[in-house]
Design a protein around this ligand. Sequence first.
Ligand SMILES: C[S@@+](CC[C@H](N)C(=O)[O-])C[C@H]1O[C@@H](n2cnc3c(N)ncnc32)[C@H](O)[C@@H]1O
Length: 225
Amino acid sequence: MKRRPEPELMDGPEQARAYAEADFSEPNELFLRLLTELAPGDLDGCRALDLGCGPADIVIRLLRRWPRLHCDALDGSQAMLDLARAAIDALPDVVARARLLCDKLPSGRIEPGAYDLILSNSLLHHLHEPQVLWRSIRAAAKPGALVLVMDLTRPASAGQAAALVETYAADAPEVLKQDFRNSLHAAFEPAEVTEQLRAAGLAGQLSVNVVSDRHLAVWGRLGGE
Ligand SMILES: C[S@@+](CC[C@H](N)C(=O)[O-])C[C@H]1O[C@@H](n2cnc3c(N)ncnc32)[C@H](O)[C@@H]1O
């Protein structure tokens, strides 16, 4: 199926609220499980960066799992960050360790070479120019930084996309079903992400893995060019 890009930012307040209220605990816990397996040692004390953080559910799970970790979280949507702010402010155990940055990638607000851990979930498929993500990751990484990027994979056909929407979002509000359908059509196939990594000069450091019936994950450590 041919890729059909969707708008980059989720900046409509209604769209952001519907997304924040949806239950993404299954994929978000998958993300945390992959991270735990990749870093069996202690991530505590790390400085992390989450790109396209949305309402910050993964940021919050991360900060709770590693109670001395600090995380900067960037999103270009103020509507998403308002929801992230409210969720984080309600949690005394994480509020001092999260910093929210409202900016669109590529961003001049990310400190170069500063991060031990760089994360992104469900951002890549939004990008009209996917190299923006790989360049941002490379610029932000400390030597040896751990990277984990997870996203949807594009199904082979519109029929398969519709079946995934029915399997995972049958009871969701229509705005979310439409978002999910659009995201599946906008997502990249694993081979396309492999080619992105090759073009970015990251193929030897990051690998592409299929981790569910609808997700791929890219992980590895950056050598620190
Ligand atoms: C599908 S949401 C994912 C949110 C969160 N990472 C999660 O896992 O729930 C994608 C987010 O990426 C943001 N985004 C899309 N393109 C962006 C860009 N070029 N720069 C910064 N944020 C962007 C959107 O505004 C949206 O909040």
